[in-house]
Design a protein. Sequence first.
Length: 241
Amino acid sequence: MTETILVTGASKGIGAATARRLARDGFDIIVHYHSDHAGAQAVCDDIAACGQQARLIQFDIANRDQTRTAIEQDIAQYGAPYGVVLNAGLTRDGAFPALEDDDWDIVINTNLGGFYNVVKPLVMPMVQRRKPGRIVALTSIAGLAGNRGQVNYAASKAGIIGAVKSLALELAKRNITVNAVAPGIIETQMTADLPEADLRAMIPLRRFGKTDEIAGTISFLCGPDAAYITRQVISVNGGML
């Protein structure tokens, strides 16, 4: 029986690339989106074209009740998934003295709160499958090293690292691995307005990363060859750190 993986924020960027790559590697996919239905549907269509099953699920990861309800309904109908990729997130950048309260709250509640909101209703059903499982969370180079103008974002991503390392200890005896992937600067809509020439000079490989390069790392962590890897943060940043 083909295993199923939930990918949050799968309508664009790294999430879309990950959903497509996991499907090519033989997984069925639950394609999560918040507002971009057309993008999510296009990902589903691509997955179907490569011979795997896909279904849409919609919720705001920052809304705990909405997230729990949607996930519990999906589990009731289809059973618990084999794994989850926690990709959805956002930024609200600015120098710390200029941050508004909402800039802090929405980033922490979405990026870090979203980890809890998604994993909490999934974890016991995954355990009750009594089979191996995978949890992969997207953190960031900012969560490892900090970044000027991203105190809120870096705090949320550093929190994910702590959550991953702790949850990995709790789930290891259940044969469910928990890891994080920390991208550097990746070519997505979120980085489209950055000063590329200046940033390339900071990257030893002298280029931005590709979404497919992040997706490949995530797919490896979800596959059988990574069964002995847990509680790790895998950096994919062109040598920046």
